[in-house]
Design a protein around this ligand. Structure first.
Ligand code: SAH
Ligand code: SF4
Ligand code: F3S
Length: 486
């Protein structure tokens, strides 16, 4: 114990068991403010943020950057320039974690050249006990480890590390609160993430998120509506509303009867031009939400509706709480209400016990829905989740084969959906020049399709412009076209 106290200013470790608990206590709303004693701590120093995982993490990293810049830190342009390197991590699958460990190894070597470099790790990985064990053993150079509930305490951690040269481990395995007012340095000048809720109470048997992010808790409607209106006033063109299960929005309010459909309807009256949201859970997606999507002119005609599997037995073992038939009924309603809707999904193959026939049912469902795109994954056991204990008899080769067979069908369907737009004129929100070719611009259509396009006109085309593009050729994962002179 004495040794521990000598090494750490704070040592609060995660517990997946505690994280599983869902108590009914009220959610506190905290308002962030930066204690003046931390104000100039970062002056003359540079930070580097490496972000892995979902949009939730991208949004968190923008807040972390916001806090750091308030403290005087500037964004580093090279890795070696950095005085503070923070890894905002993801625990969703084994390979997500492996990538982080690879990079951590590389940065431990950097630290030999630059001993004062502060290394930190946050996000979902530290919420797992096994991560802390491994970090302590193999990555002793890391100074700060904190979880998803502790972003607002980052200034304190940096202060402590700088002042006492000790380490901080602060990971809370709790239901969680809400923080308003955290400053944000947004990555995109015209597109913004807007958290509408945090956490997840679904407990799909394969998934670590309910353990790493705490219980479902919704931001107050007015805080969200004001944020979106302010973004529009500041020149933002598109917002993406974020939550692990946005359709559960508002279910935790004890004093308000206000749902996700209400929120969409109210947001559609703001002056923001494009509204997207992710992620929807098929069980909680209701008719009112479909109607709000159909009626809101600025709500984009795209829905990401993860199905995970086309087999009722597998869905049951996954604890998804819907059947294939119920899912397909919702898809039908969506197609009826929004005839041109584009649908995308997530699918897991080789879930424990998935038979060849059950896998075939997934293939059939992909054909029936005809998705415009899908993220497909091989099941990855997550320690502490129920499915990690289910027997899985497939070999690695068989798992990969299933993934490849599925991807073939996904790509076929995606191509078919993209081809509908050949020779059509679509509205594109310009993201800027493409990474590989500065003469090609990129952006997304209302249906969330990626478009690469040429500008042979004399019109200037800037980030955030909504422009008209004629589609020349369709591919599975993008469209190619040219700008129409306006
Ligand atoms: N809350 C969202 C996103 C969760 S993570 C939702 O419910 O859809 C994104 C995707 O990762 C999931 O949809 C699922 O397809 C996949 N995923 C989650 N846990 C996984 C695991 N243990 N192995 C493989 N894929 C997983
Ligand atoms: Fe994970 Fe299921 Fe929650 Fe999505 S809904 S985050 S898959 S537990
Ligand atoms: Fe990954 Fe955590 Fe998001 S596990 S997918 S970063 S909620």
């Amino acid at each position: 114990m004495k040794q521990v106290e000598e090494k750490y200013v704070k040592l609060i470790e995660p517990s997946l068991k505690d994280a599983r608990m869902r108590k009914q206590q009220n959610v506190n709303i905290n308002y962030f403010f930066l204690d003046p004693k931390y104000l100039n701590l970062g002056l003359g120093k540079y930070y580097l943020l490496k972000t892995y995982g979902c949009q939730g993490n991208l949004a968190d990293s923008e807040k972390i950057a916001g806090i750091l810049e308030k403290m005087g830190f500037e964004k580093a342009t090279t890795e070696l320039q950095a005085d503070l390197v923070l890894f905002n991590t993801c625990a969703i699958r084994e390979n997500a974690e492996e990538r982080v460990y690879g990079e951590l190894g590389r940065f431990q070597k950097f630290k030999k050249k630059k001993p004062n470099m502060i290394l930190g790790l946050c996000g979902c990985m530290p919420q797992e006990e096994k991560t802390i064990v491994k970090l302590k053993k193999q990555f002793p150079q890391i100074n700060i480890i904190f979880g998803t509930h502790n972003i607002a305490s980052l200034p304190e951690y940096i202060y402590d590390v700088l002042n006492c040269q000790k380490k901080v481990v602060d990971v809370k395995s709790i239901e969680g609160d809400i923080y308003e007012n955290i400053p944000s340095v947004r990555d995109h000048p015209k597109k913004a993430w807007v958290n509408i809720m945090y956490g997840c109470d679904e407990f799909c048997t394969y998934c670590i998120v309910p353990y790493t992010r705490g219980k479902e808790r919704s931001r107050r409607p007015n805080d969200i509506i004001e944020e979106v209106e302010k973004l529009a006033q500041d020149g933002y063109v598109e917002v993406t509303l974020l939550g692990q299960n946005v359709n559960a929005y508002g279910k935790d309010f004890t004093d308000l009867n206000y749902t996700f459909a209400n929120l969409l309807t109210d947001l559609s009256k703001t002056s923001i031009k494009r509204i997207r949201f992710t992620t929807s859970h098929p069980r909680d997606l209701d008719d009112a939400t479909i109607m709000a999507m159909a009626n809101g002119q600025n709500i984009m005609p795209h829905l990401h509706l993860p199905v995970q599997s086309g087999s009722n037995e597998v869905l049951k073992r996954m604890n998804r709480k819907y059947t294939k038939e119920e899912y397909l009924t919702k898809i039908q309603k969506l197609k009826q209400a929004i005839p041109d809707i584009s649908l995308t999904t997530d699918i897991i193959v080789a879930f424990p016990g998935e038979t060849e026939e059950q896998f075939q049912e997934t293939i059939e469902l992909v054909k029936e829905v005809s998705y415009a795109g899908a993220f497909t994954f091989i099941y990855s056991p997550r320690e502490g989740t129920p499915a990690a204990k289910y027997p899985n008899s497939l070999s690695e080769a068989e798992k990969h084969q299933r993934l490849e067979r599925l991807n073939e069908v996904v790509n076929e369907q995606a191509l078919k959906n993209h081809q509908k737009y050949e020779n059509q004129i679509v509205e594109v929100l310009v993201d800027g020049p493409s990474k590989n070719n500065a003469n090609i611009l990129t952006g997304y259509t209302k249906h969330n399709m990626l478009v690469n396009f040429e500008n042979k006109t004399d019109n200037l085309c800037q980030i955030g412009d909504l422009v008209q593009v004629k589609i020349i050729k369709a591919y599975s994962w993008h469209l190619f076209g040219e700008l129409i002179k306006s």
